[in-house]
Design a protein around this ligand. Structure first.
Ligand code: P6P
Length: 280
């Protein structure tokens, strides 16, 4: 696992360099979700593929930017799913973006997720690694990721990060989101999953939601590359991650690009979601 973390750290440093200088124009390509790829998306994907290809313990990788998984080493046993540059369209307005990694044991299913990692490219570059029950924060300083602290979520938070298009929300979902604001929760939503969830983790808690809605009944965020890695991080930090009714890590994955409605948060907020969704 140490070699994988080191490969992610090398990738992050190279991706940060690309963000700082790379042409942020669009390519002629689309990813498997039909999104037009930025040159940066493709560049970041290639950087991670190259760095992980040197790690003997990695069997297969799956990227949000590629249709199919890629076998790297028959003798390896880790299956790594990653979103190379999540929220990349925010780069051209200079907002924070991130890379997300799920490290699975032997196959790409939630129950086999062993460790998760994400990198935030913002005013500073930070990395969070969740493994064996602890969530650790690292800060890039002079070319090295220095350990900062463990991350723990409070029982109840103050942040409400409501994703999706409001006009397509179920009425009971809108009423629930509004109820949190009526209790004084602060709106914190940039449209970048990584910085939005990083803020909740570091500010002690709250709720991030990207529900199923009439335009996207199964939500927008991808199970293997985005939802499951953050679910493991939130659970190891003392929070929860559900699809509205069940734990997301208990969901079945039929295709590597499957999405899932998702709610990440402190225990209090998730209890509210379970109550509301359980009654509708
Ligand atoms: P919306 C970015 O495109 C992304 O995949 C996530 O990073 C983010 O949480 C979500 O989409 C934002 O989606 O529909 O709220 O703009």
């Amino acid at each position: 696992m140490k070699e994988i973390l080191e490969a992610i750290e090398r990738s992050a440093i190279r991706i940060k360099r690309a963000i700082d200088v790379k042409d942020i124009g669009y390519s002629q390509e689309q990813n498997s979700s039909g999104e037009t790829q930025l040159q940066l998306d493709i560049q970041s994907d290639l950087i991670i593929e190259e760095e992980l290809s040197h790690v003997a313990s990695v069997h297969t990788i799956a990227s949000e930017e590629k249709e199919l998984p890629m076998l790297l080493n028959e003798a390896g046993h880790y299956f790594i799913a990653f979103d190379p540059l999540d929220g990349s369209s925010l780069v051209d307005v200079n907002l924070s973006v991130g890379s997300i990694f799920g490290i699975y044991e032997g196959e790409f299913i939630g129950s086999k997720l062993l460790a998760s990692c994400y990198v935030v490219y913002g005013p500073r570059v930070e990395l969070v690694f969740a493994y064996e029950g602890t969530v650790k924060l690292y800060l890039l300083q002079e070319g090295e990721f220095e350990y900062v602290k463990e991350i723990h979520l409070g029982e109840k938070g103050k942040i409400n990060a409501p994703g999706g298009t409001q006009q397509f929300w179920a009425p009971y979902h809108k009423a629930m989101i509004d109820s949190f604001f009526a209790q004084g929760y602060r709106l914190r939503y940039s449209g970048g999953m990584v910085p939005d969830l990083h803020q909740i983790l570091l500010k002690g808690g709250g709720l991030f939601s990207y529900p199923g809605a009439t335009d996207k009944p199964e939500g927008k965020l991808r199970q293997l590359f985005e939802v499951f890695p953050f679910a493991l991080i939130f659970e190891m930090a003392g929070g929860q991650a559900i699809d509205g009714t069940i734990r997301v890590l208990d969901k079945n994955t039929a295709h590597i690009h499957d999405t899932s409605p998702c709610f990440f948060g402190s225990k209090h907020e998730i209890t509210v979601v379970l109550d509301v969704y359980g009654r509708n």
